[in-house]
Design a protein around this ligand. Sequence first.
Ligand SMILES: *Cc1c(COP(=O)(O)O)cnc(C)c1O
Length: 388
Amino acid sequence: MQLPIYLDHAATTPVRPEVIEAMMPYFTEAYGNPSTLYSVGMSAREAVEDAREAIAETLNATPEEIVFTSGGTEANNSAIRGIAEYAGKGHLITTNFEHHAVLDPMEKLEHEGFALTVLPVDREGMVTAQQVADAIRPDTILVSVMHANNEIGTIQPIAEIGALCRERGIVFHTDAVQTFGKLPLDVREQKIDLLSISGHKLYAPKGVGALYVRRGTRLSRFMEGGQQEKGRRGGTLNVPGIVGLGKATLIAREEMASEATRLTALREIFLSQLLSAIPDLKVNGSRTHRLPYNLNLCFPGVEGESVLLALDAMGICAAAGSACTTGSVKPSHVLTAIGLSSDEARSALRLTLGKSTDGGAVEYAAEQIRQIVQGLRSLGQRKQPASV
Ligand SMILES: *Cc1c(COP(=O)(O)O)cnc(C)c1O
């Protein structure tokens, strides 16, 4: 068995060798600035345009509708601030279990004078189109609902929400960082106006991503500066990163269906092994509307962080909350959004599968988790004999 066993693919993924290979020439011989006219720059520009086309095709968008960014966080911030700043005033709608890269700009805009409705998700971690419909006001300018949640993996009814927003003439943004290249997306069919993606969740490098902007959507510039990206975002393009994202997109598209089937089956095996060893564990989030590669569990009576450290010692990488909030003492806002108490939220563990995960890895991890949870529980009982 090769260690470490990496079960944190929702936090980031390794760059695939084919992706590195595709990127290499753009560090060396094709190093030109893609905005220049001589041939060293031209070949960089062509590579960027190929990547743009690969992403556009995967979304059923046109290449002109893809704007490259530094990642998912920038895509989310640019979408939300871009719409709000262009409109100048109005009402925004989102949910209480979004990534902080959506929630925080929304809350900042509220402080700046915009009206904000934050919809609650239910105990399964789902929001409905009806909730969105009920929240819409005459001055609503933007609805942002993520496609799949990064902690509990629940998949939201974005096509229904998109149809509703289109009907009312409201811009609809979705953070699809966890689903792009993993689940089918069709921005025309799903009536999406803005969609965020990130390279490093998709076996491409960190620090590159994109925002799909439907033609005709009016938003302010992402970044003041040069005229790159049709004037939407100033700044010299991250050519190797963009090439990597394009390559990773093409591979992901090819493998999407088979990987989804494979990972769903592996996840179910993993879960049944864990359930038979630790009968009182609880699955967080919907069992059916769920990302193929996501498991999020509560182990009543133990701290997720303690399980995490013990797992690390055994060569297994997992997560307690999301990686972005690790180190904060507050329990995960996603887990409290689905109604977990602070203690329950602190007993959670997120296990996210990916390309390198196979049956052996899952079996080893399930056995280690069983031993660790049993060990921590007997320790806890010795220390606090009165508590259950
Ligand atoms: C990782 C992640 C982001 C942030 O993307 P970066 O490229 O790391 O900035 C945003 N939203 C979701 C759902 C994520 O999982």
